[in-house]
Ligand binder design. Structure first.
Ligand SMILES: *Cc1c(COP(=O)(O)O)cnc(C)c1O
Length: 402
């Protein structure tokens, strides 16, 4: 019998085909080996998995439901749309799934402090939550520009007890925050652990974070089957780094289900106006791994834009690059305007305000439903939209229903 996909990928060096790996400075090789070996051991440990299961049930509120979006399906007039409700996970998004598991790993390793970078602050908030739960210190590096822009998340991190360190060099956004966080981590790899926020970064993070998120797909498959007696025809998720998408895809990767990753097309096709990495990018190494990335004329990470602040990343998880290359996934896009339209439609027709990131998947799925009236489509609704309401209402007037 063939081995299940998840057991065969990545290889022992963290490669998915030619993508992935660990392109790191020599000082990081030892601490990353420690994390890798600990994960290899703990991922087979009953005690660790049992603890994680308990946390997910009693603290995070898992399993999150699968919901049949009857009104939205009727509005689209085509296929049937279902939502995996990660917006109901504690803290309002899927990110806590891997943050709790990373923090539990840090606890087992005897670490005292979690370190990470954050762009819009979502990963920072989820990690600060996990740190509070486990009694760990937490230090979040964030560009000065992002700190000014994402005030509510900065306040949340501080209330949760995290220290927010501003990155003050260069453009003062995500890239500088990554540099700053790595520098702080290098100063003490003994008592600190680096906790990456998506299926990106050097090996073993793309694999670890995927495995931690796979709970989404595993639950969804069982729930969907219980509701309908079959598998969905399509599974759809937005892709920034790619963790919520890999979480959903993991449940269906060996099944005859079409997997769709939806990238942000922003304001248009010109470089700088979007963050559609797989759609327009080329092979390249950044942040310690080989994948597809958007490059500027000098070959550096290009400026990107999306209305979804959690999906404007100029690279993408290596597994997504691989799965697209072998033809296992389909890569689609949604623009800012399409995402806002889906944001309002889901709110008005179902009473669910989605995160703008998740709204990209909803927008794409609405088009897919119209084109495939016989099909069932399962969307990973990665997060709730409370964080986005002020921005949306200021820039996009409420449309009449219909
Ligand atoms: C961070 C975030 C994303 C994007 O991250 P992935 O790793 O691509 O899943 C998507 N949706 C929400 C709600 C987020 O907070």
């Amino acid at each position: 019998m063939l081995k299940p996909y998840l057991e065969t990928m990545p290889d022992e060096n963290g490669f998915f085909g030619k993508f992935g790996g660990a392109f790191i400075p020599p000082q990081l090789e030892e601490p990353f080996r420690e994390i890798r070996e600990a994960y290899d051991k703990l991922s087979k440990s009953y005690e660790y998995l049992h603890e994680l299961r308990k946390i997910r049930k009693h603290y995070q509120g898992r399993p999150t439901p699968v919901y049949y979006a009857k009104n939205l399906s009727a509005f689209c007039g085509g296929g049937q749309i279902y939502l995996k409700r990660e917006d109901l996970n504690h803290t309002g998004a899927h990110k806590l799934n891997h943050c709790m598991a990373e923090a539990l790993l840090a606890k087992y390793l005897g670490k005292k402090k979690l370190i990470a970078e954050t762009g819009a602050g979502q990963h920072g908030v989820a990690l600060a939550t996990a740190a509070a739960y486990f009694g760990l210190e937490c230090e979040i590096h964030m560009g000065e520009v992002d700190i000014a822009k994402e005030h509510p998340n900065v306040v949340r991190m501080k209330i949760l007890g995290a220290k927010v360190v501003p990155a003050t060099h260069g453009l003062k956004t995500l890239k500088e925050a990554v540099d700053s966080a790595f520098e702080a981590y290098l100063a003490d790899t003994e008592t600190q652990m680096f906790a990456i926020g998506s299926v990106v970064g050097p090996h073993p993070f793309p694999r670890m974070v995927r495995d931690f998120q796979s709970v989404v797909g595993i639950e969804a498959k069982e729930q969907f089957f219980e509701m309908t007696g079959k598998l969905p025809d399509h599974a759809v998720a937005c892709v920034g780094g790619g963790s919520n998408a890999m979480g959903l895809f993991s449940g269906f990767i060996d099944d005859p289900v079409q997997l769709h990753g939806v990238e942000p097309m922003g304001k248009g096709e010109k470089l700088g106006e979007h963050a559609a990495t797989l759609t327009y990018g080329e092979e390249g190494v950044m942040h310690g791994f080989n994948s597809i990335m958007l490059k500027d004329a000098e070959g550096n990470p290009a400026p990107v834009h999306s209305i979804g602040s959690g999906i404007d990343y100029p690279s993408v998880g290596p597994e997504h690059a691989y799965l697209r290359e072998i033809g296992r996934t389909i890569v689609g896009t949604a623009t800012d305007d399409e995402a806002v339209d889906a944001f309002y439609k889901l709110s008005q027709y179902e009473g669910i305000i989605p995160a703008l990131e998740s709204a990209h998947a909803v927008a794409y799925a609405m088009t897919l439903a119209r084109a495939n009236p016989k099909d069932a489509i399962l969307i990973n609704l990665s997060g709730r939209g409370d964080k986005d309401i002020d921005y949306v209402i200021e820039h996009y007037p409420i449309p009449p229903k219909g």
